[in-house]
Design a binder for this molecule. Structure first.
Ligand code: NDP
Length: 334
């Protein structure tokens, strides 16, 4: 079994200045929890709305280069696709002047694909939350931790794993009920993260769209009832929660026998086709083909992604969904 760890030593970070670079989803949440844990946190951001937000949350905010200059550790919490540019324009030079530094990532992508090659004097660690930022905050308010994957790409100090664990504790992931840190690597994290994004999540969404089209256009079901059945009731989210808490198959006990029979027999029916899709996607990720595809897309100004967002975002399903969700929220129909 992979090594699971449940606590870290915060005292390793007490005398350090920690710069949170990027005050977005993860940055704003991680900065606040680190500060609550008594650590010395500053924020590095470009001068805009997020800068002002960090200031109004009571942080000292600096240009990214200046924040790194003042810090002993940095959490690079900008979107993965801009991180290489931010690293090479603002961080690398500062890091090369320091004999000790901890550079922390929340995802493995840029190190795994060699898009960032940090200065050798730095410890390069990964503390990757398996959770959206709002989920982290919600759990933190309840006094709960959350799961993270840890990685070490450079161990210049010889204590990089200890620092990774200390950071995991600092951001409220471990040392609390429900928290766990699993020893992993940048490569494993990037692979697993991309494989979810390329297989079961789009397969689920594609199934939902196909179901909607067939049920409403061929079988005359009402679009509203169909969307409620599919996901708007929240039952799907409850099922996902039961999987996390009770187990993938064990949670089936909450369903009727008709449902259990239907689900189990159809899992068997689809398995071979899905397995082929997963293998082919895994191969694209492992070989670096997807990273190259995405680099080209980024270079082109994200034309394909924006076009697809428009197409899917203006579908019949989305139009009905908007009205339905609004009516449910407000308790009235327009
Ligand atoms: P966000 O999109 O929320 O980050 C936005 C931050 O990055 C803002 O401070 C923004 O500043 C800054 N930023 C964006 N573009 C630039 C740029 N060109 N130059 C300088 N700063 C820039 O990111 P997330 O919090 O979603 O992701 C951060 C990391 O966390 C990623 O590695 C991601 O993979 C990882 N992660 C994210 C999760 C999530 O919940 N979203 C879950 C687990 C891991 P401004 O807008 O002011 O320019």
């Amino acid at each position: 079994m992979a090594e699971l760890l449940f606590d870290g030593d915060l005292s390793l970070l007490r005398d350090l200045t920690i710069a949170v670079i990027g005050y977005g989803n993860q940055g704003s949440v991680q900065a606040k929890i680190l500060r609550e844990n008594g650590l010395n946190v500053i924020v590095g951001n470009v001068r805009d709305e997020y800068w002002r937000r960090a200031e109004s949350d009571g942080f000292k905010v600096y240009e990214i280069r200046e924040a790194v200059r003042r810090a002993d550790a940095a959490l690079l919490l900008v979107p993965d696709e801009v991180a290489p540019e931010v690293y090479y324009s603002e961080i690398d030079e500062e890091l090369r002047r320091k004999s000790f530094f901890i550079l922390d990532f929340a995802s493995g992508y840029n190190i795994a694909y060699g898009l960032i090659k940090p200065a050798p004097s730095a410890d390069v660690v990964m503390v990757a939350p398996r959770m959206f930022a709002w989920g982290i905050l919600e759990r933190h308010r309840l006094g709960l931790g959350y799961p993270v994957l840890l990685g070490v790409a450079q161990n210049a100090s010889g204590r990089a794993w200890d620092y990774a664990l200390a950071l995991a504790k600092g951001i409220g992931a471990i040392g609390l009920p429900g928290g766990a840190a699993l020893k992993s690597s940048f490569e494993e994290e990037a692979f697993l993260d991309l494989l979810s994004e390329h297989t079961y999540i789009p397969l689920l969404i594609a199934s939902i769209i196909a179901y909607f089209e067939v049920a409403t256009k061929i079988y005359g079901a009402s679009p509203e009832a169909t969307i409620l059945e599919l996901y708007a009731s929240g039952e799907l989210a409850e099922q996902a929660r039961a999987m996390a808490e009770e187990g993938l198959i064990e949670q089936l006990k909450h369903h009727s026998r008709t449902s259990q029979y239907g689900q189990l027999t159809r899992i068997r029916r689809y398995y071979d086709v899905i397995r082929e899709i997963v293998e082919s996607e895994a191969d694209e990720i492992w070989s670096g083909e997807f990273a190259r595809e995405f680099a080209e897309e980024k270079y082109s100004g994200m034309i394909l992604m924006n076009r697809l967002k428009e197409i899917f975002g203006s579908s019949d399903l989305v139009k009905v969904e908007r009205k339905l969700l609004k009516a449910i929220k407000e308790g009235k129909l327009d």
